[in-house]
Design a protein around this ligand. Structure first.
Ligand SMILES: Nc1ncnc2c1ncn2[C@@H]1O[C@H](COP(=O)(O)OP(=O)(O)OP(=O)(O)O)[C@@H](O)[C@H]1O
Ligand SMILES: [Mg+2]
Length: 226
C-alpha cells in the first residue's frame, strides 16, 4: 500500500499531468488505485470520466465535512494505492496530505521559479516528515526535458543545484511530449493505448524508479528518533 503525492508550490509544474499518468500506470498494471484531488480546478475526475478504462477510478474531493486526513485514511483502507494531486500553493491541506504520504514527488520544469518552488516544497516535505515522525520518501522529478540524446546544459545545471541543496533528483525525467498535453481532451493515454511506445516507456521508467524509492523507504527503520 502506498500513498503517493505530487507537490510543488510553483503552479503549472506538472503535478496534475503526472498524477493522471500515475493512476493510468497503476491501472495498466492491474493495481487497485484511487485519487484525492486537491487541485482547485478538480481536473482528475473530469479526465478519468473521458477514458473508459479509467472511468471507474474513485476521486475524493475534500469539503467542509470530509477533511483531507479522513479521506486519505478511508481511501487507503480500501485501495492498494492512493494518488494525491496538490494545488500549486502551500495550505494546511497540502501539509496534511504530505504528512500522510509514503512518497512525495516534486515536479520541476527547467526554470529558476520551478527550482525555487521545488526547494521550498522539499523543505515542506522535510517538515511533514518531522510532524509524521516516520520516513517519507521524496524526489524531485525534472519535467518537460528535451527528448533528444544530449542533455541541455540547463537541465544539468538544475540537477547539480538541487543536489547541492540536499534534494534528491530522479535519474529518469518526464520528457516534453505533445501527447501529455493532448491526453486531457484526446482521450488517448499512452500507458493504456500504446504500451511499449516511447511515451509509455518514458513514464514506465519514472514509475519503476519511484517504486524503488518506496521500497527503500519501507526497508528503513520505523519511527524517526525524537
Ligand atoms: N512532459 C510534458 N510534456 C508536455 N507538456 C507537459 C508535460 N508535463 C506537463 N505539461 C503541460 O504543462 C502544463 C502544466 O501542467 P500541469 O497542469 O500538470 O501542472 P500543475 O503543476 O498541475 O499546475 P497547477 O499548479 O496549476 O495545478 C499543462 O499544460 C501540461 O499539459
Ligand atoms: Mg494541477
Amino acid at each position: 500500500m502506498a500513498i503517493i503525492t505530487f507537490a510543488q508550490v510553483k503552479g503549472g509544474s506538472g503535478k496534475t499531468t503526472l498524477a493522471k499518468c500515475m493512476v493510468a500506470e497503476f491501472t495498466a498494471r492491474g493495481a487497485a488505485v484511487a485519487a484525492l484531488d486537491l487541485d482547485p480546478n478538480r481536473p482528475l475526475g473530469r479526465f478519468f470520466a473521458r477514458i473508459p478504462e479509467l472511468a471507474h477510478v474513485e476521486v475524493a474531493v475534500p469539503d467542509q465535512e470530509r477533511r483531507v486526513s479522513t479521506l486519505v485514511r478511508d481511501l487507503a483502507a480500501r485501495f492498494e494505492h492512493v494518488v494525491i494531486d496538490l494545488m500549486g500553493a502551500a495550505t494546511n491541506d497540502t501539509q496534511v496530505a504530505m504528512a500522510l504520504s509514503d512518497l512525495v514527488v516534486v515536479p520541476s520544469q527547467m526554470s529558476e521559479d520551478d527550482f525555487r518552488g521545488g526547494i521550498e516544497t522539499w523543505r515542506q516535505v522535510e517538515e511533514a516528515e518531522a510532524v509524521a515522525r516516520r520516513p517519507i520518501a521524496r524526489a524531485v522529478l525534472m519535467v518537460r526535458t528535451s527528448s533528444g540524446a544530449v542533455r541541455p546544459r540547463v537541465e544539468g545545471f538544475l540537477r547539480d543545484t538541487y543536489a547541492q541543496a540536499g534534494a534528491h533528483v530522479c535519474t529518469a525525467s518526464f520528457g516534453e511530449r505533445t501527447v501529455w498535453k493532448e491526453m486531457s481532451y484526446a482521450g488517448w493515454v499512452p500507458h493504456l493505448h500504446e504500451r511499449g511506445g516511447n511515451a509509455a516507456e518514458n513514464f514506465s521508467a519514472i514509475f519503476d524508479e519511484l517504486m524503488g524509492l518506496l521500497a527503500a523507504r519501507a526497508a528503513e527503520p520505523g519511527p524517526l528518533a525524537a
